[in-house]
Design a protein around this ligand. Structure first.
Ligand code: MRU
Length: 352
């Protein structure tokens, strides 16, 4: 099936063009595109989840560095000015969200490219940075499709539970876990996807249900707290989610609620799959306990979407991610193949 979904991230024009983001906070009601003409706009878009999902954040940040230097085209910048502006953008964008390693992976690539351009004319350097960001973008498209092909082999007809949003919106296109579902569906498998609504920001209800319906994949929306009951009723033959950071031993951080699903899947003897590109692996980190977990504002729980539902002043705790230990993951699905069982050795042999 051709992919006609609106693109979450795009660069419009040449080096003096701009980053265009699909504002995911407005979906599914409205398709609003945001032109990012300065770095604070990119930072705010990542922080507020206008662009979200680990790979999409990385791509947006890479283009964000290009946004920083777009004025070098008209300003006759010398190398020192160009370097300082780009490096400051890299450092600033790295403070937007802490958990998804794709953000840091993409920014480190941009930093390496910047350093390799030492002394270049600013128009040449700007072209090279845009080429690097575009390469990160193009590689993600290829990785998403390869993940879909690798993972579809694991699925049979039946129910599949997913959490948060891992589709084209969360990536360049097609997605990670959703790419597996799209591919299996296109191959003729009869899937019934259960999409967790994903409290508190409802990425499952707003984004995953929307993407699956657009693609013609049968989807049933449930609240997060229904997963155990739906599994007990025998409606789920596999669970598949994405990840924001996977350590060298296979511990996987993903949207809050993922760890609970893994425990439920183990109890009900349901395979639990995590689909992610190699850019989501952090080989410098072994234990999932070391993954920084983003803490978000109380208002996301007490006043979701602007409507107060909790008493004023109630204390809250709002971690945006949790970590599923490798022992609970049946297989990791990557663009380089399926890793099963999930061990440090198997991960290294497949990806390094
Ligand atoms: O807070 P979000 O919406 O950026 O969280 C996204 C997720 O948890 C996704 O499951 C993950 O990034 C995988 S994206 C293909």
């Amino acid at each position: 099936m051709t992919n006609t979904a609106p693109k979450s991230v795009a660069w419009r024009g040449n080096v003096d063009g701009c980053l265009v983001l699909l504002d995911q906070t407005k979906l599914p009601g409205e398709c609003v595109f945001l032109d990012c003409l300065d770095v604070p706009t990119v930072w705010e878009a990542i922080k507020q989840l206008r662009v979200r999902g680990a790979p999409a954040i990385g791509i947006a940040a890479a283009y964000g560095v290009c946004v920083a230097v777009r004025e070098s085209m008209t300003g006759q910048w010398n190398w020192g000015q160009f370097y300082k502006t780009a490096q400051e953008a890299i450092d600033y964008l790295a403070t937007s969200r802490p958990t998804a390693v794709n953000l840091f992976w993409a920014l480190q690539r941009m930093e390496r490219k910047l350093k390799s351009l030492d002394g270049s004319a600013s128009e040449v350097a700007a072209q090279e940075l845009l080429a690097e960001a575009s390469a990160i973008h193009a590689e993600d498209i290829a990785m998403c499709h390869a993940i879909g092909r690798a993972g579809a082999e694991l699925l049979t007809d039946g129910g599949v539970l997913t959490h948060c949003n891992t589709g084209g919106l969360a990536t360049s296109e097609y997605g990670t876990a959703l790419s597996v579902l799209f591919t299996a569906h296109d191959q003729g498998k009869k899937l019934n996807v259960y999409a967790d609504e994903t409290r508190p920001l409802l990425q499952g209800a707003r984004l995953t249900a929307w993407e699956l319906m657009q693609h013609g994949v049968p989807v049933t929306l449930i609240t997060d707290s229904m997963a155990a009951q739906v599994m007990r009723e025998g409606k789920v033959q596999a669970v598949i989610i994405g990840a924001d950071r996977i350590t060298s031993r296979g511990d996987a951080a993903n949207k809050i609620g993922s760890y609970g699903l893994a425990i439920l899947a183990k109890y009900h003897r349901i395979p639990f799959y995590v689909a992610a590109p190699s850019s989501t692996f952090d080989f410098k980190m072994e234990s999932g306990a070391d993954i920084p977990i983003e803490q978000r504002s109380a208002e996301e729980i007490t006043e979701p979407f602007g409507k107060r539902i909790a008493p004023v002043g109630v204390p809250t705790y709002n971690p945006a991610f949790d970590v599923t230990p490798a022992e609970l993951i049946t297989a990791l699905i990557t663009e380089k193949g399926v890793i099963q069982p999930v061990t440090k050795e198997n991960i290294a042999a497949t990806l390094q």
